[in-house]
Every structure is written in C-alpha cells, then in structure tokens.
Design a protein. Structure first.
Ligand code: SF4
Length: 271
C-alpha cells in the first residue's frame, strides 16, 4: 500500500493524520475533544497553544456516532498505519464516551489502540475502566514536585501531584496492557529531581519510559492543525520553541534512568 498524496489526506473533523510519531510510527489520530481545546492542564509547551477550556469535568464533546462514521470513511482508503491514537485537542479522558470510542475503534481497526493521557483523571474508576480497552496507555509525568507541576503543567487549582501519583499507582495495579510513562523534559534536571523521578518510576514499574523533548513548535494561538505534526501547516502561524535541553543532556539523563530502573528508556534521538 502507498501513502496518500498530501492533497488527499483525510480532513475529517475528528480524525487526523496519519502523524509520524517517533514513539509509535504511523499513527492515525482520533480527537474526541474537538474544536475547543479542553484540558485539565495548560502546559507551557502544549502544541495546541493556550488551552481554551481548562476543566476536570468529563463530558461528551463529539458524538460517538460521528467518530464511527468518520472512521468508516477512513477505512475505505488504503492508508498504512502502525497504531490508532486517541489524543487530539486536549485531554482524551475528559471525553465521557472514551470507552465507546475505543470499543468502536477495536471493531474497525486491527492496529493497536493508543491513548495519550495527562494522568489527572486516573483516580476516576470510570476513566480506568475505559482505558482498559486500550492496548497502550502513555501516562504523562512531567513533574516530581508540586512546584514543578505548577510551573510546567499549570493544572486547574484542584489538582496536585499527590492526586496524579495516586491515580497512576491505581491504574498500574489494574491495567493489563502496556503502560508507558511519557515525560516532557524542557531543560536538564538536577540530580535531586532525577532521584525523585527514579523513585516514582520504581513505584510505578511502567513497561517503558519515553523522554520527550519539544519537537514541534508551539502555536501561540489555538489552531486545529496543531493536533498533528505537519510542519508546513504549522509554520503558517506564530510559534514558540521551548527546547532548552541538549541531546547530550537527554542522552545522559536516559542512561542514568535506565541504569537505576532497568526499564527501557526511549527518546527521540534514537530514531
Ligand atoms: S496535557 Fe497535553 S493537551 Fe493538555 S495542556 Fe498539556 S500538552 Fe496540552
């Protein structure tokens, strides 16, 4: 099968890509959040720009029937895919129909289903139940102190690091699929910060650790195209670049973490 010419890429409202992901390969994106970016965080590096609606309130943003009909259109095209990823315009676990979307995707695609989550709702049993239908869940952990959380992730006031740690712990105990920890590293960490991170990794025992660095420019104002990674499209907007860490520093950090935990560590320079 050959990839679609760029002028024939799917342009549906809730389905985008395929995106070339260093972690997962060719990934078809499902966006259960939609036009208004919505998240419990407002990360300084977020490629969506400033989050338009910050909330922990779960709701249905896009009807499941709409996503199913868009997926059925996509299956009629011969698009080579490695995974189908539920992410998009904010935090996907805020979508009350996440479980329905995962079940429907399972019916339509044989590829593994991935969910990228910021971990803030993992304390909710219904969220963990929905995520149990995913083959891979990438769980965000960018901070090891409340101060770092507030500086990097800028959560809604009711969320603290202890809630996130408790949620990840509960999820790890129940989830049967592949759980990865995804961490955005903006600048080199101190020895003390790395030690706290390693302590949490030993507690969580993820299947893989993914150290990320901001590889996509951050649009200053929300643009729907910034869900994907089409550089040509994103270049059209005013952007910020947050990468402050060097490749040598991320190499050294990955080696330290792997030596201490024996858990596979991946980061973009390996690909
Ligand atoms: S968690 Fe993800 S979607 Fe939410 S603000 Fe951070 S980077 Fe953006």
């Amino acid at each position: 099968m050959s990839a679609l010419p760029s002028n024939q890429k799917p342009r549906c409202a809730s389905i985008y890509g395929p995106v070339k992901s260093w972690r997962f390969g060719r990934s078809l994106g499902i966006d259960p959040v939609g036009i208004v970016s919505t998240c419990s965080f407002n990360c300084v590096y977020c490629q969506l720009g400033n989050i338009q609606q910050q909330t922990t309130q779960r709701q249905i943003f896009v009807p499941t029937s709409q996503i199913i009909s868009e997926l059925q259109v996509i299956t009629q095209r011969e698009i080579p895919l490695d995974v189908v990823t539920i992410s998009g315009s904010g935090e996907p676990t805020l979508a009350l129909n996440l479980g329905e979307i995962l079940a429907a995707t399972q019916e339509i695609f044989k590829q593994p289903k991935v969910v990228l989550t910021n971990s803030t709702l993992l304390g909710d049993q219904l969220v963990r139940k929905a995520l149990s239908l995913a083959d891979i869940v990438a769980v965000k952990l960018d901070a090891v102190s409340s101060n770092q959380l507030r500086q990097i992730n800028r959560p809604v006031e009711t969320i603290d690091l202890s809630d996130i740690i408790q949620g990840i712990t509960q999820f790890r105990q129940e989830y049967q699929g592949k759980m990865t920890i995804q961490t955005m590293v903006l600048s080199a960490w101190t020895t003390e910060t790395q030690a706290k991170y390693i302590h949490l990794l030993k507690l969580f025992q993820p299947d893989e650790i993914q150290l990320n660095i901001p590889s996509r420019n951050r649009t200053v104002v929300r643009q729907l195209e910034s869900r994907g990674n089409d550089i040509q499209e994103i270049r059209a907007y005013t952007c910020e670049n947050f990468q402050l860490i060097t490749h040598e520093e991320i190499n050294a950090m990955a080696a330290t973490i792997h030596n201490a935990t024996k858990i596979p560590v991946r980061y973009p320079t390996q690909n």
